[in-house]
Design a protein around this ligand. Sequence first.
Ligand code: NAD
Length: 347
Amino acid sequence: MGHVLFLSATAAARWIRDHGAASIMAGLVERLEADFARWPEFDAAPRLASHSPVGVIELMPVSDGFDYTFKYVNGHPANPAHGLQTVTAFGVVADVTTGYPRFVAEMTLLTALRTAATSALAARHLARPDSRIMAMIGTGSQAEFQALALRETLGVSRLRIWDTDPRAMAKFIRNIEPLGFEIHVASSAADAADGADVITTCTADKRRAIVLDDSMVEPGVHVNAIGGDCPGKTELDPAILRRAEIFVEYEPQTRVEGEIQALATDHPVTELWQVIADRSAWVRRPEAITVFDSVGFAIEDFTVLRFAEEAAGAVGLLEPLDLLASPDDPKDLFGLVMGVDAPLPTA
Ligand code: NAD
């Protein structure tokens, strides 16, 4: 039968443990930067979203003409109350020339890596270079990855954290304090944002929430808005957006899913890749408020899938997966059914 290579969740966790999330994300930032710089080579399109009252299931495909990738991902904010994660994912890489898939991967961990690396890439281009203090509103699954990536790329080392769930903050401190961060546990979002150079909002709620009020954002601050990523699901006071310069991944998708759904459809925004492809396209004013209105885009999944395929493959962490029916005679698929004698693996 035809094998593809498989990165299991256990192997992905081992890869991140052995090589370090920060160092993997540093490499990923460079790869993302290279792929963002060649953005027009991709057949970008908004993702396909299937909404229900409790969440969303999305398919995120893209190709550069050589490789085709897609990710399956869900977002269900009430899941943690039932012992399940808000976000889970898996993905596939296929060869465009044959259409054959060649790599299948868990992507719950890979999504956290690529989301944080994309935030870091955006912050590298948009935040003040002397940024050292980051407020983090929402300290759930994505949070540690965000902190590590922003430290690695921007030099942020002091964190001011706030989550409505004290257990999420205790978990975050347990995981991140040993890695050398200075942490202030805030008593509110306003307390967290006080004096911050960068504010990351990474909460999960299926409604138009305002976790960051206009009064909490000083001139010169970079807002890394991660959690508002679906129709009817936002985190920022629209007044912040009206004062800010706004950067998005892919405008047609973000108009529907991002913070900017609260604004007029012609409100000016800039796609991040344009700033990366042409460094002279935008220059930061020290007092400017910048917002990275992140919703997650398929090119980021493309980059992390290709990166993991190479890097985890190079250290022997991929295993063969018997995914494709492959008859010796490509026209004799039925013969394969008649000739099969191998025992099935037991579950
Ligand atoms: P999670 O459920 O693990 O964590 C979310 C945290 O937010 C929880 O600890 C919750 O208590 C906290 N929270 C909710 N409302 C709050 C509020 N008003 N103030 C402070 N804290 C609050 O979820 P996660 O996996 O960390 O994901 C967070 C969000 O990021 C989700 O909405 C998810 O859809 C989104 N996300 C976006 C991208 C992207 O590319 N932009 C990628 C992954 C996840």
